[in-house]
Design a binder for this molecule. Structure first.
Ligand code: URA
Length: 277
């Protein structure tokens, strides 16, 4: 019997269910504004009113993935993010923001790490279990690989700043939903604005697609310089494979190495420009 229970617990852990949150189950999707869009939502937004034709009205332009009914939360996120004049203020504003359901299940906010004055900023996906425990991004296995990758081109956390598109751990390390990412996006954008890096590195598909508005998969996008647009100026942005993916598919490390060489060359150019200035 004990062995059966232990086997069951192991299976839960291997499936990513590694966190006891409460005694009884909760339907977080029902409670959270970040719940996925359901068929009922779609029917609701497309149902004709008494005097309307049976055709859905065009929706205002909003970030992809946001369900209806979160406009007020988005507005709050935008206002609070814009009001933050420093990274400390932004961290405080994010810690006080209750608009994203992930905060309920996470242990703590995982805001950023490294040097806020750095020329290079890396943005990953979302904290995992280790990050959730420690409150710093990229400290688990993927983070250790990232540190090794950065070291090959002479970088460490004193020379880069690191954050994620979502600052709370999704339960079981699942990929954050587009709605969760979009609701946190004003804070992520403000974080980039406050760090004001000269080069942005997007680690993995969610970061690349969210920040660079790219639709292709990461295999197509990696290793190409794209633009991150920030208030009229453009920051060169390099999509790279996420280190967690490289742990799962180690033979793709050679692609990551090519991307790191591109990054190293861009850093050399920056240094040469700074010397010439
Ligand atoms: N993966 C991420 O994308 N971010 C982290 O902080 C850790 C793992």
């Amino acid at each position: 019997m004990d062995e059966d229970l232990i086997a069951l617990l192991r299976w839960y852990r291997d499936m990513g269910v590694d966190l006891a949150i409460d005694e009884s189950p909760h339907d977080r999707f029902a409670e959270s504004p970040c719940r996925p869009v359901t068929r009922a939502d779609v029917a609701e937004t497309t149902r004709p009113g008494p005097s309307q034709e049976a055709r859905p009205a065009p929706l205002p332009e909003r970030p992809a993935g946001l369900p209806q009914g979160t406009e007020a939360i988005e507005q709050t996120a935008r206002e609070r993010a814009a009001a933050a004049r420093s990274l400390d203020e932004l961290r405080g504003a994010l810690a006080a923001f209750d608009g994203c359901g992930l905060k309920v299940t996470a242990t703590q906010l995982v805001f950023g790490d490294g040097n806020p004055e750095a020329d290079i900023m890396l943005v990953g996906e979302a904290p995992g279990a280790e990050e959730d425990r420690e409150g710093r991004p990229f400290v688990g296995r993927a983070g250790q690989l990232l540190d090794k990758m950065l070291a090959t081109i002479g970088l460490d956390r004193s020379k880069v700043y690191i954050a994620n598109v979502v600052p709370w751990r999704p339960p079981g390390n699942r990929t954050p939903t587009p709605a969760e990412i979009a609701l946190c996006l004003p804070f992520t954008k403000r974080q980039i604005e406050l760090v004001s890096p000269k080069i942005l590195v997007c680690l993995g598909a969610p970061s690349t697609q969210t920040l660079l508005g790219a639709k292709d998969g990461i295999m197509r996008l990696r290793g190409r310089w794209l633009d991150y647009r920030l208030d009229g100026q453009t920051i060169p942005a390099l999509p790279m494979l996420h280190p967690a993916y490289l742990l799962r598919v180690p033979d793709k490390k050679r692609l990551a190495w090519q991307d790191l060489r591109m990054l190293a060359k861009a850093i050399e150019r920056l240094a040469a420009e700074a010397k010439g200035a």
